[in-house]
Write a protein that binds this ligand. Sequence first.
Ligand SMILES: Nc1ncnc2c1ncn2[C@@H]1O[C@H](COP(=O)(O)OP(=O)(O)OP(=O)(O)O)[C@@H](O)[C@H]1O
Ligand SMILES: [Mg+2]
Length: 296
Amino acid sequence: MHKLPIIARRPISSLWIFSLVLVSTFAGEVAIMLLLPYLPAWSKTALLQGLLDASILTLVMAPAIWWLVVKPLRRLLESRAQLLHSLFRAQEQERSRIARDLHDEIGQQLTAMLVGLATIESARDLCSAQKLAQNLRKVGATAHDEVRRLASGLRPGVLEELGLVAAIERLCEDFQKLHGVVVQLKVPETDFGKHSLAVEASLYRILQESLTNVARHAQASSVDVALTRKGNLVTLSIADDGRGMKGSADAQLSNERRKQGLDSIRERAEMLHGECLIDTATQGGVLIQVTVHTMG
Ligand SMILES: Nc1ncnc2c1ncn2[C@@H]1O[C@H](COP(=O)(O)OP(=O)(O)OP(=O)(O)O)[C@@H](O)[C@H]1O
Ligand SMILES: [Mg+2]
């Protein structure tokens, strides 16, 4: 839940307003009484006296009305607008978080299942089809777990259980098995440290989306994944040897509905005040390189 800023101030009490209005009116009347004897004779007609009375009273009352009525009313309207704005922003943030989680968690698993099913369709023999079906069952079970976790508002369980490095190793292993793309993984052997869940979950999901893109668009035979740390900066890079962005541009045009993936990678890096580079890899495919601060 997002905390809303407390912007409403304590209202002024009615008794306090009433007393101030009485005091101001009294002060106005006293001022008029004191002024009257000094006025020239021609101004002492009933009409002029009435006008003078009303003007002095208005002048005396104006600051009180401004301070007691206009200012609080304006403050109230401003707070209301601010509160609505904060509510709207919080709601939007929550929605985009859920959309991103749905895309990054369930979307990836379903894509893996679709790609796997297509492979089963064209399997040459029953044995290899059975092997793939077994893998797909595991993916289905993971997707099912993730739906449950998402529904109860939890973060990716594998990170909590294993830590980032082991979770990445498992993700790469599963990807290689499922898609037949060789993954060359380089992670620090020791002392990678435990980082905030925001940093770990973001890096994990960036890798998930990048690998899903490799399976879906790259037609690659291998992908290099590296996780490195320099001081307070962690860099994750994913580079494939596939056909690159230009090669997959047709698929891009025919599928305008989707394409949240790269945006969500950029957004995740931005949210952690990090940098995201999407470029051509030295192997010819796509390079995705994200550097974030370990403190988030
Ligand atoms: N590794 C890659 N190799 C080749 N093309 C890629 C690669 N990654 C992304 N692309 C291209 O960039 C486009 C945008 O990718 P993005 O992940 O944003 O969307 P998507 O994968 O099409 O859909 P989704 O929103 O489900 O992720 C893809 O449609 C594809 O054409
Ligand atoms: Mg994608």
